[in-house]
Design a protein around this ligand. Structure first.
Ligand code: SAH
Length: 248
């Protein structure tokens, strides 16, 4: 079944953009997923086809109108009633690999992209829209954020990645950053590939990779270690150590 993405935007020409290339592009051509854009401006009703207006209470910039957006959203809900409807927003919950996995396992997704200062808040009270952020910084519009989200989902669709197993050990899938990678040449600018990786001893290699994953996560993302540790705390009665019998 085709995983169906619908993007509501003022800039439909931005799509598929990067998603038309490489793995996602091939999967799009092959029909593993589909992409439809909806021009929000088509749902404006006044002479100037305006989609925004000045902010209530004053201040800089313009705000997208609830009435225009609601018509576009209703159109998407009608076309894809089973797909979750998201809005890209710095005020949303952070995008995680867990959410990406959930979305990829479903029928598809509809995504509303903002521009200007944002959208009239009443829209989110009146329609079932889930706000999602791709990080703590401000983009000029939701389109690039939607491309990020779609890229993360599409690569998980069955048949899109060359080796299905290559997703399982990646950063965040285990709650840790992934271990570092190396390839030929063996020596480059005086630096050698770690010997253990040339040993052919798969248990030793796995242990080294796990240790590096933990070490690098501790150094770079202590916030992940805190969460990881919580999720793995043994039950109070158990005598197990935290690093026992997990992950592999
Ligand atoms: N004034 C708003 C930012 C508006 S940026 C604020 O301070 O919260 C314009 C649009 O870009 C937003 O409506 C949203 O769709 C998108 N956008 C900006 N940053 C984003 C982020 N970190 N994650 C997801 N979408 C983002």
């Amino acid at each position: 079944m085709t995983w169906a993405a619908t993007v509501l935007t003022l800039y439909p020409d931005m799509f598929p953009g990067p998603l038309g290339h490489s793995l996602a592009g091939r999967a799009l051509q092959e029909g593993t997923w589909s992409l439809e854009t909806v021009q929000i401006r088509d749902f404006a009703t006044d002479r100037h086809r305006s989609v925004d207006d000045t902010p209530a209470g004053g201040g800089a910039g313009m705000v997208m109108r609830a009435d225009v957006l609601a018509r576009a959203v209703d159109h998407a809900l009608e076309r894809a009633p089973a797909a979750p409807l998201l809005v890209m927003s710095p005020r949303g919950a952070p995008l995680t690999q867990a959410l990406v996995r959930d979305l990829a396992a479903g029928p598809g997704v509809s995504i509303l992209c903002g521009r200007f200062e944002g959208m009239d808040e009443r829209l989110f009270e009146a329609r079932p829209i889930v706000p999602v952020s791709i990080g703590d910084y401000i983009l000029s519009g939701g389109e690039t954020a939607a491309i990020v989200l779609l890229d993360a989902c599409v690569r998980l669709l069955p048949g899109v990645m060359g080796q299905p197993s290559s997703g399982e050990e990646e950063s965040f899938e285990t709650g840790l950053l992934e271990y570092p990678h190396y390839t030929r040449p063996y020596e480059w600018e005086g630096r050698r590939i770690p010997e253990v990786l040339r040993s052919g001893d798969h248990a030793k290699i796995a242990a080294w990779r796990k240790a590096r994953a933990i070490e690098d996560t501790r150094l770079r993302r202590p916030d992940l270690i805190a969460r990881h540790g919580d999720a793995r705390r043994p039950p109070p009665s158990g005598a197990r150590r935290e690093d026992e019998g997990e992950d592999r």
